[in-house]
Design a protein around this ligand. Structure first.
Ligand SMILES: Nc1ncnc2c1ncn2[C@@H]1O[C@H](COP(=O)(O)OP(=O)(O)O)[C@@H](O)[C@H]1O
Ligand SMILES: [Mg+2]
Length: 233
């Protein structure tokens, strides 16, 4: 990238770059020299059998874990050399995480669960948290506890929580794995809206219908990239 572009503050083209990234657990290669570049605004699906390294990849990109070797550059920052607190800061500012298990705090209401994300980021702002719930169609459920919400609604609270800081990158690890078809479609519709707004999405899934929603689909096997398909959108 020419220096003058950076001086003008223009966004760099690629949001994420992995070069020869490995993650080892003892002798096991959860990721084996994986290289991957994700342009800004891309919707990338990640598929592969259980144990192929999908969650390991998400954890490293999401700044929850570190690579054993290789280079990871997220939003222009190389993660490898960062101290833990700086890694945490990047996670809070740049990444929104959505998991298969909802990880909601059971004694907090929907809006309070969304506000936990603000608490770490900046000021707690209930109006902003309610606006995030509105975006996922749950404004009317703000005062409900997780136990008073359906699975689909709980996942939408998690999405609202992930959206609160307007992350450049959404990482979703099997986000529809626990949902029925109707709720899966609601979640996909939210993702389509985020994609239309320019958010970069990386979505791990076992479901071919969900995978086909991405512009690009990669498959992992034994920590390696074994297949890549472009869905032509
Ligand atoms: N904390 C860990 N300690 C040891 N092995 C791990 C750990 N996390 C993942 N693994 C191993 O790394 C491989 C990839 O796991 P994972 O990334 O969770 O795969 P996937 O999400 O594709 O099912 C698996 O063989 C798994 O057992
Ligand atoms: Mg996994």
């Amino acid at each position: 990238m020419p220096a003058e572009d950076e001086e003008k503050g223009e966004p760099m083209t690629d949001l994420l770059e992995l070069q020869n990234v490995s993650k080892t657990y003892g002798g096991l290669h959860a990721l084996a020299s994986l290289s991957l570049t994700v342009p800004r605004g891309q919707w990338l699906s990640v598929v592969g059998p259980s144990g192929s390294g999908k969650t390991t990849l998400m954890n490293i990109v999401g700044c929850l874990d570190r690579a054993s070797s290789g280079r990871v550059v997220l939003d222009g920052v190389e993660l490898g050399g960062l101290r833990s607190r700086d890694l945490t800061e990047i996670r809070r500012n740049t990444v929104g995480l959505i998991f298969q298990k909802f990880h909601l705090i059971p004694h907090l209401t929907a809006v309070e669960n969304v506000m936990t994300a603000q608490y770490y980021h900046s000021m707690v702002d209930e109006a902003e948290a309610l606006a995030a719930l509105e975006r996922v169609g749950l404004r009317q459920r703000a005062a409900h506890l997780p136990s008073q919400l359906s699975g689909g609604e709980q996942q939408r609270v998690c999405i609202a929580r992930a959206l609160i800081n307007y992350p450049a990158l959404i990482l979703a690890d099997e986000p529809t794995g626990n949902l029925d078809a109707d709720n899966e479609e609601i979640v996909l519709e939210i993702f389509r809206g985020l994609h239309a707004e320019g958010t970069t999405l990386i979505v791990v899934t076992h479901d071919p219908t969900v995978a086909a929603q991405g512009q690009r689909e990669i498959a992992l096997d034994h920590g390696r990239l074994v297949k890549e398909v472009f869905h032509g959108r």
